[in-house]
Write a protein that binds this ligand. Structure first.
Ligand SMILES: [Zn+2]
Ligand SMILES: [Zn+2]
Length: 121
């Protein structure tokens, strides 16, 4: 069954395109360009909580030159508990850093990846 078939960026429901990638099927919104994984969990992989929020993650890519540019907005699930710091940051209109792996989408083993992520200011 289709899940999360509403664009988390603009609410579009019709102009959505599925795309198979190495990391699974991604949906992209033709209206605003947002992308998100189709199999977005609705329960947190770490705490099983259901307070999940979709927030934009900045995906960056080196183009031919040396310029780092944001190529598209990719949405990832954040748990209100386990990803509280990142969710608060996202709520201030700052995209989630591209290297961030949310606890909501992948079970976080004790201590791993939690304390050593340096956020750009
Ligand atoms: Zn959209
Ligand atoms: Zn959680």
């Amino acid at each position: 069954m289709p899940r999360q078939m509403t664009c988390p960026g603009c609410g579009e429901e019709d102009e959505l395109t599925g795309e198979r990638t190495e990391s699974g099927i991604h949906i992209s919104c033709d209206a605003c360009g947002a992308r998100w994984p189709r199999d977005t969990p609705y329960t947190c992989a770490t705490c099983q909580g259901q307070d999940i929020h979709m927030r934009p993650q900045a995906l960056t890519q080196y183009s031919r030159g040396t310029q780092l540019s944001i190529v598209s907005l990719h949405y990832i699930p954040l748990c209100a508990d386990c990803d509280a710091d990142m969710l608060a940051r996202a709520n201030r209109q700052k995209p989630v850093p591209g290297q961030y792996r949310s606890a909501a989408s992948r079970r976080r083993e004790g201590g791993e990846e939690t304390g050593n992520l340096i956020l750009p200011r």
